[in-house]
Design a protein around this ligand. Structure first.
Ligand SMILES: *Cc1c(COP(=O)(O)O)cnc(C)c1O
Length: 420
């Protein structure tokens, strides 16, 4: 190590090379101190939507920083936050009437869970159980780990995690729907789900029909439906929200990552009117007890307001459509490779398994792949054997071709036994 004392997230420092130092970024490219240009094929962990350092968002941040940095948000407000709230209301389903700010995807999920339980508590009904889908990911706090998949990454904290109901991933949709119905019938308080794509679970994809049916079951039994669109929101799946493709409007919606275009941290939990109503009162004991110091930070809100303006004024959906089509072409080319299996796509997200069928023995594959991609000047970070490409929408055709060529050459090396 170069003497850095930084403890990096999701990093085993005993195994990994020192972290490359990034000096600046533009569009779909990162530039390192040692002069490398790296194509950011994972949008810096799914946050960057339009591209790095989008001039309009950078300018909005600069403007806001000139006159208001941060102000307490309990009992106070500011124009940037009001603008974001108006912008979200205008672009999202009209049933989602209330906007609660926080500062990360995990927090937006915690807020949604607390709002769901607060709703039932304030109505005087005994409904506490949360239902989740197998393989889902909702964050790394104790609460969000509780509603996510269990495994090596949270085994040490298992004693603190609360019990939830679980339904299987809908590879056999009816099994999932039946399991969900059992939970809802038994009085589940809420069901939380990643619509259409389970991100950290391995870019597992399912169709809008199941999503719509899950929503309908929840509605039948009054179970609140929480859509965690922290990753799937802001166009990733080909529509602004993944829920749109199923004609579904959730009771609670979690947004973060692309909310500021990926420039600065901010999150919102959108709530429907009944959830607001359950907390609205002259009784202080019924208020929503949640805040964080930087709730609705004004600089972050200025970035989000500009992101919303970009969505209104620039041809974002066209860029998304074009990227999705190009991703499909590249996937088709890779699909027949003997070391590539299960190619799949949802909107702009392309994913596949490397190593071919039954390649679980390739336990060293991850680090080999990382090194291979880094050498090729491509930032890809496979989830186990799952390689996925989720670039900023501005990525050029040439850069996208380089990304898929790097995956192709990795597949060649695997097929030739070079990564064993
Ligand atoms: C990334 C992610 C989160 C957590 O967001 P953070 O900002 O990292 O806390 C929650 N849910 C989903 C679906 C995510 O992809």
């Amino acid at each position: 190590m170069s003497g850095s004392s930084i403890w990096h997230p999701f990093t085993q420092h005993g195994l990994e090379e020192p972290a490359p130092l990034v000096t600046h970024a533009e569009g779909a490219a990162l530039y390192t101190k040692d002069g490398q240009r790296v194509i950011d094929a994972i949008s810096s962990w799914w946050v960057t939507t339009h591209g790095h350092c989008h001039p309009r968002i950078m300018a909005a941040i600069r403007r806001q920083a000139e006159h208001l940095d941060q102000v307490i948000f309990a009992g106070w407000t500011h124009e940037a936050a009001e603008e974001v709230a108006r912008g979200l209301r205008a672009i999202l389903p009209s049933e989602l009437t209330r906007v609660f700010f926080s500062d990360s995807g995990s927090t937006s999920v915690e807020v949604a869970l607390k709002m769901a339980l607060g709703y039932w508590a304030n109505r005087g009904e005994e409904r506490h159980r949360i239902v989740v889908m197998d393989h889902s990911y909702h964050g790394d706090t104790i609460g969000t780990m509780s509603v996510g998949a269990r495994g090596v990454f949270n085994a040490a904290y298992a004693p603190l995690l609360f019990d939830v109901g679980r339904v299987p991933f809908p590879s056999a949709p009816q099994v999932t729907l039946d399991a969900l119905e059992v939970e809802c019938k038994a009085g589940a308080a809420a069901f939380i789900v990643e619509p259409l794509v389970l991100g950290a679970g391995g870019m597992m994809m399912y169709g809008p029909l199941v999503l719509a049916e899950m929503r309908a079951i929840c509605e039948t039994y009054g179970t609140l439906f929480i859509a965690d669109e922290v990753m799937t929101g802001w166009g990733r799946t080909g529509t602004l929200l993944a829920c749109e493709q199923a004609g579904v409007v959730p009771d609670l919606l979690c947004l973060s990552k692309g909310l500021t275009g990926g420039a600065v941290p901010l999150a919102v939990t959108m709530a429907s009117e009944p959830i607001w109503d359950a907390h609205y009162s002259t009784d202080r004991a019924r208020m929503f007890f949640h805040s964080s110091s930087y709730t609705a930070n004004s600089i972050a809100c200025a970035a989000a307001a500009e992101n919303l303006a970009i969505w209104r004024e620039e041809p974002v959906m066209e860029r998304i459509g074009a990227l999705a089509a190009r991703q499909e072409q590249h996937l088709t080319e890779l699909a027949d490779h003997p070391a590539v299996a299960d190619t799949r796509r949802c909107g702009t997200i392309a994913a596949m398994e490397l190593g071919g069928e039954g390649a679980a023995y390739l336990s060293n594959l991850g680090p080999r792949l990382l090194a291979h991609f880094r050498e090729a000047g491509v930032l890809l970070r496979p989830l186990g054997n799952t390689v996925y490409v989720m670039p900023p929408y501005c990525i050029g055709e040439d850069d996208l071709a380089i990304v898929h060529a790097a995956i192709g050459s990795a597949a060649d090396a695997i097929a030739a036994g070079e990564f064993n």
